[in-house]
Design a binder for this molecule. Structure first.
Ligand SMILES: Cc1ncc(COP(=O)(O)O)c(C=O)c1O
Length: 386
C-alpha cells in the first residue's frame, strides 16, 4: 500500500494554467497578477490593505519594522510556534519574551501574556505576536485588551489561519496587522508566499516601501504602468520581499477555491472527530467552527495508552502513515534556551503539549479511504505499541 503523506498541496490544472499564462506574458516578477491578488485577498478578508510578500516571515518582519520595533524593545509571543514568529524580533535587535499557551487550543493564553508583560525585565514591552495555532483563532478580544493596557503593538501570526472566520471578522484582521503564509503545506498555497493585512494607512505605506529595497516605485510602475518613467529613488535601506507574478497567479486561483478547500478540510476534521472520540488514549482538538483546519493535532495520554508519543509516531510510520510534530517549543530550542537561560518547565503547558502531540494528515485531496486507514491505525494503537 502507498504511504499516506502528512501533507500534500491541492493543485489543479487551473493553477498550472495560471502559471503558464504568466510565463507566456513577458512579465514574471511583481506586477499585474500581484496587484490583482492583493485586491482580491483584501476584499475576501475585508482588509483595507493587503500587501503580498514572498513569505510570512517577511511579512512579520516588515510589520514589526513598520511599527518601529527595535533595540531595547521586548516582543512577546507563544513558545508553541515555528521559528519565524520569534526570529523576526531578533532581526530588528529586539528581545523575545514568551508566555504560555491555553491547554485546550495551543494558542497564546491572554492571562499568561498579561503576567509575562507585567513581570518582564530587560527592555520595554513593545509588541505581541499571537499565533493562531493550527488554524484555531486566539482569543483576540482579550489579547487586544492586554495589549491596550500595556501599550503593546499587535501583529497576528495568521500563518495557519486562512480562512478562519469569527463573528468579528477573519483571523489576521482582528488586530493592527495580520500575516498569512502561503507556504507549500498551508490551506492556501503559492509554494512560498505571504500576505500582510492591515487597515492602518501608515503601516501599509511603510511595509509597501520596505518590501522592495526602500524604493519609492515598484518595477511595474517604472516600466509598464501608464505614465511609466525609468526614474526611482532609494529612500530607505529596505528588503527584497516582493511576491512574483507567477506565484501571485497561483494564489488567485487558490483564493477562488478557498471555500471549497476549507469545506473539505472541515469535513475531514469532523470525520476524525467522529471516529476518534471513542479512543480514550487520545485527546482531540476542540471542534471549533471558527477554524481554518490547517492542522489536526492530537495528544497522547501515555498513562492510558501505556506508551508515548515517539513510539506512536514510529508505529504509524511503519504503517505507512505520515505525521508531524507541531511544535518543539522555541524556549527549549538551543538558541532561545541559551540566550534567555530557559529550561523546559518555564512554560509547562507548552512543554507538556509538545511531549504528547502529533499532527495527523489533513488536506483537501486526502481520500476517505486513506483517512480511514489513518483512523484504523490510530484505533489499533493499543495493539501496535505493544
Ligand atoms: C506559525 C508560523 N508562523 C510563521 C511561519 C512562516 O511562514 P513562511 O514559511 O511563509 O515564512 C510559519 C511557517 O510554517 C508558521 O508555521
Amino acid at each position: 500500500m502507498e504511504p499516506i503523506p502528512f501533507a500534500r498541496p491541492d493543485i489543479t490544472d487551473r493553477e498550472i494554467a495560471a502559471v503558464a499564462r504568466v510565463m507566456r506574458s513577458g512579465w514574471l516578477t511583481t506586477g499585474p497578477e500581484a496587484l490583482a491578488f492583493e485586491k482580491e485577498f483584501g476584499e475576501y478578508v475585508h482588509a483595507r490593505h493587503a500587501l503580498a510578500v514572498n513569505s510570512a516571515t517577511a511579512g512579520l518582519h516588515l510589520s514589526l519594522e513598520a511599527m518601529g520595533i527595535g533595540e531595547g524593545d521586548l516582543v512577546f509571543t507563544s513558545p508553541f510556534t515555528f521559528a519565524a514568529t520569534a526570529e523576526v524580533a531578533r532581526y530588528l535587535g529586539a528581545e523575545v519574551r514568551f508566555a504560555d499557551i491555553d491547554p485546550a487550543t495551543g494558542c497564546l493564553a491572554p492571562e499568561a501574556l498579561d503576567r509575562a508583560v507585567a513581570t518582564a525585565t530587560g527592555g520595554t514591552p513593545a509588541a505581541v505576536i499571537p499565533v493562531h495555532y493550527g488554524g484555531a483563532v486566539c482569543d483576540m478580544e482579550s489579547i487586544n485588551g492586554v495589549a491596550r493596557r500595556h501599550k503593546l503593538r499587535v501583529v497576528e501570526d495568521a500563518a495557519h489561519a486562512f480562512p478562519a472566520e469569527t463573528e468579528r471578522g477573519f483571523a489576521g484582521t482582528l488586530a493592527e496587522a495580520g500575516v498569512f503564509s502561503f507556504y507549500a503545506t498551508k490551506p492556501l498555497t503559492t509554494g512560498e508566499g505571504g500576505m500582510v493585512c492591515t487597515d492602518d494607512d501608515d503601516l501599509a505605506k511603510r511595509i509597501h516601501l520596505m518590501r522592495l529595497h526602500g524604493i519609492d516605485r515598484e518595477a511595474w510602475d517604472r516600466y509598464r504602468s501608464p505614465g511609466a518613467s525609468w526614474y526611482y529613488e532609494v529612500t530607505e535601506a529596505g528588503f527584497k520581499y516582493n511576491l512574483s507574478d507567477m506565484l501571485a497567479a497561483v494564489g488567485r486561483v487558490q483564493l477562488e477555491r478557498a471555500g471549497e478547500i476549507l469545506r473539505e478540510r472541515r469535513r475531514l476534521a469532523k470525520r476524525y472527530e467522529g471516529a476518534l472520540r471513542a479512543c480514550p488514549f487520545l485527546e482531540l482538538p476542540p471542534g471549533a467552527s471558527e477554524h481554518a483546519w490547517h492542522l489536526y493535532p492530537v495528544l497522547v495520554r501515555p498513562a492510558v495508552l501505556g506508551s508515548d508519543r515517539d513510539t506512536v509516531v514510529e508505529r504509524l510510520k511503519e504503517a505507512g502513515i505520515g505525521t508531524s510534530v507541531h511544535y518543539v517549543p522555541l524556549h527549549v530550542m538551543p538558541y532561545y534556551a541559551r540566550r534567555y537561560s530557559h529550561s523546559p518547565g518555564d512554560f509547562p503547558v507548552a512543554f507538556d503539549r509538545y511531549t504528547r502531540t502529533f499532527s495527523l494528515p489533513l488536506y483537501s485531496g486526502l481520500s476517505d479511504a486513506d483517512q480511514d486507514r489513518v483512523i484504523e491505525a490510530l484505533t489499533e494503537l493499543p495493539r501496535l505499541v505493544q
